[in-house]
Structures are given as structure tokens and as C-alpha cells.
Write a new protein. Structure first.
Length: 396
């Protein structure tokens, strides 16, 4: 269980302080050639034959996003150094700024022969990060008093994506801090990307596998306490469907931790059942006692599921808080996980759910087609020219 927010490194952090230009990103010419679209390689070869020119590309997306270009631009600068050219970057939306649909995020200029085969790889490194940053921002802004942990690594398609997503979470989080004073993302689950959150190592305590190994939730907590006696402890309490019983049992077993605020309970109840002590009528009753306004008016099926449905609903969080407080464990924190994307976080905010920390990887883009960044050449040797229908990209 992390204690208090920490600031990520500033956007000006040098690439060499983090990674050279991204985990596993192609930098050798043979690798670039192998991973780029063939028609770009043929363009390069033809341009080299008939005469090079200075080209300017406009880079944009078709939906609103938060600008998260640093890793892509670090990679581009590194390739430029390797190729002996300084690509000119006209960054219209610095890191963390809101970008409208179709607005060029930046322009990049350089010899067409040295830029044309980089388009594929450059776009891969931009679009997903910008959408994930947008999602992370909205989640943190909707729940400004909640600390978030980035638990996305297991959902990523390899280490390159994992780095992009951790970076994106830090960008969206920093914007939420700046705009609404949010706590935001205070850390993540892996050591490799912890630096994006201003910390030295990943954070986390116990998975379900550890509870199963121990044979009981209490025994797992005892093992963890003995192994890591000086660290805060978050106990996962849903393994045996006794969320409340096991949470209270652990609180009674570790009264000093409970009183000092170094004990938390994590709810990760699957969506196929309610937490201990709840059913549909009881879920409505819990919210009626604590946040009646959340139930007023029309709610879609998805909204009702987040509020009073099975799994980790707002009612589930309120139920856990009521039970802990009734036993005098008001300093024991509640950590929630399981599907906390933008929509669920918004409903948790409306229900004023008393969650202290959210562990989530659900800021990852849910509709991958929305992550596609696009590039078009808009100037050839300084002369504006772009395909019909994309005139809005011309530099002004």
C-alpha cells in the first residue's frame, strides 16, 4: 500500500535518464527496414534516385486526446542523430495539453529520403499513448482525492506497449494534478516503468495466487507481515468470498497496523457475484444510506452495474467502509480494483464511493481504432501541398 502521492519527473527529463528511446524500439537500420511499410521504403529509394527534397509532415489524430508525444519524439531525435540529420519539430501541443480532433499535434521537417521510412514506426509510438493519457486524465480528474496505481502491464502486448502506457498514465495524471489538484497516479506495478511516476520501484503487495498458496487470507497476511515487516500492507480479501469477514479478521490480527494507517484491504470481487453481505436489495439500501443522489434519475444498465451490481460496485465499497468503521477501523484504507475505466470512475465519483486507492489498467484504450495517429506531408521544399480533403492540416 503506497503512502501519499509522489510527483513524476518533469516533461523535460532527458531521454538518457529514462530509456534511450523506448524499450525494444527499432533503431538499427536493418530493424527499421524490417518493421516499416514497404511502400515507404520504396518511396525512399525513388527519392534518392531522383533527388531529395525537404518535406514537412503534419501528425494528427481523429479524436480528442491529451498530447503525449515525448517518447515518439525522443525516438525520432535518436534516429536523426544516427542518420546525421536534425529533424525540425514544430510542436503545436506540448505534453499534457488537450488536442482537438484533426488538429496537427506537431509538424516534423527533414529530408524526405530520411523521413519517409520512419512514418510507420513514429505513428505506432504516438496514438495509443495519447488516448491512454486522455483516459487517465479523466479518471484522475473525476476522482481527485483518490490515489491511482497503474496496473496495466499484464494487459499490454509486450514491453514496448507497457512503456507507452505507463508514460501515458503519468502524462494524464500530471494534467489532472495541474487542472484540479488531483492526487493522480502515485505509482505502478513494475520496476521498469516506475521512473515515470517519480519512484524507484514498482508497488504492490499480494495477488490471488499468494492467498491460494497460504490457504487463508489471514495466513497470507501473516506471511506478508513477517516477510516485509516495515512496509505498509494491503490484504486482498475476496479470494474466499468473505470480503468483510476476512478484512475484519486481519484488522483484529494487526491492530497496530490498523491504528497507524499502514493496513489496507483490497477488493477485487469478480463480476459474477456480490461481495459478502450484499445482494441487489441490500446494494440499493447501502447507497440510499450513503449517496442517495446517485440513484435518482435514469441509469443505464452499465451505470447500475457500477453503482449497485455485482463485483466491485460503489455499494460494495460503501459496504466495506461501513463495516470497518463500525468496528473502529476507520484508519484502514480501501483499495479497489477490477475494471476501473473512465466510465466506472465517473460513477464512483457520483456515488462518492469512499475508496482510497484504485489499482487499474483500464485506462488502456478500449477501442483500438481510435488510437490510430495519421501523418501527411503538407510541404515540399517549403511549398504547401496536401491531398484533397486534408487542407485543414496546412501549416498556418
Amino acid at each position: 500500500m503506497p503512502e501519499g502521492p509522489s510527483r513524476p519527473k518533469s516533461p523535460e527529463t532527458k531521454a538518457e535518464e529514462v530509456t534511450a528511446c523506448g524499450v525494444g524500439w527499432p533503431t538499427a537500420e536493418d530493424d527499421i527496414s524490417a518493421w516499416t511499410d514497404v511502400y515507404f521504403k520504396r518511396t525512399r529509394k525513388a527519392v534518392e534516385r531522383f533527388g531529395d527534397i525537404q518535406a514537412t509532415y503534419a501528425i494528427f489524430m481523429r479524436r480528442p486526446v491529451i498530447s503525449a508525444p515525448r517518447l515518439a519524439l525522443d525516438w525520432l531525435a535518436d534516429i536523426g542523430r544516427r542518420r546525421g540529420v536534425n529533424f525540425e519539430i514544430d510542436l503545436r501541443y506540448p505534453e499534457g495539453k488537450w488536442v482537438g480532433a484533426g488538429e496537427p499535434m506537431f509538424y516534423v521537417s527533414g529530408p524526405l529520403s530520411l523521413l519517409s521510412d520512419l512514418e510507420t514506426l513514429l505513428l505506432q509510438k504516438l496514438g495509443p499513448a495519447c488516448v491512454a493519457a486522455y483516459n487517465a486524465y479523466t479518471m484522475c480528474a473525476d476522482l481527485p482525492k483518490v490515489a491511482f496505481l497503474a496496473m496495466d502491464a499484464r494487459h499490454c502486448a509486450g514491453t514496448e506497449m507497457a512503456e507507452l502506457m505507463a508514460y501515458a498514465a503519468s502524462v494524464g495524471s500530471e494534467r489532472a494534478r495541474r487542472k484540479v489538484g488531483a492526487v493522480g497516479f502515485i505509482g505502478n506495478a513494475t520496476d521498469a516503468t516506475a521512473h515515470y511516476f517519480g519512484i524507484d520501484a514498482g508497488r504492490g503487495t499480494m495477488p490471488h495466487a499468494f492467498i491460494g498458496y497460504a490457504g487463508s487470507t489471514l495466513r497470507a497476511a501473516e506471511m506478508y507481515d513477517e516477510t516485509f515487516p516495515d512496509e505498509p500492507m494491503t490484504v486482498l480479501v475476496d479470494y474466499f468470498a468473505r470480503e468483510v469477514t476476512d478484512a475484519l479478521t486481519c484488522c483484529r490480527r494487526f491492530p497496530r497496523r490498523a491504528a497507524a494507517g499502514s493496513l489496507a484491504v483490497r477488493i477485487d470481487t469478480p463480476g459474477g457475484r456480490f461481495i459478502e453481505g450484499l445482494d441487489p436489495p441490500q446494494s440499493y439500501a447501502v447507497l440510499e444510506r450513503n449517496a442517495p443522489g446517485a440513484l435518482r434519475g435514469y441509469r443505464s444498465d452499465d451505470e447500475l452495474r457500477y453503482l449497485v451490481g455485482p463485483g466491485v460496485s460503489a455499494a460494495a465499497v460503501w459496504r466495506m467502509r461501513e463495516c470497518l468503521d463500525r468496528e473502529g477501523f476507520n484508519k484502514v484504507k480501501i483499495v479497489a480494483s477490477s475494471g476501473f475505466g473512465p466510465a466506472k470512475c465517473r460513477l464512483m465519483a457520483e456515488a462518492q464511493a469512499p475508496v482510497d486507492v484504485i489499482g487499474t489498467g483500464s485506462y488502456l484504450p478500449s477501442k483500438w481504432s481510435e488510437t490510430y495517429a495519421t501523418a501527411d506531408v503538407v510541404e515540399y521544399d517549403g511549398v504547401p501541398r496536401v491531398k484533397v480533403g486534408r487542407e485543414f492540416l496546412l501549416r498556418r
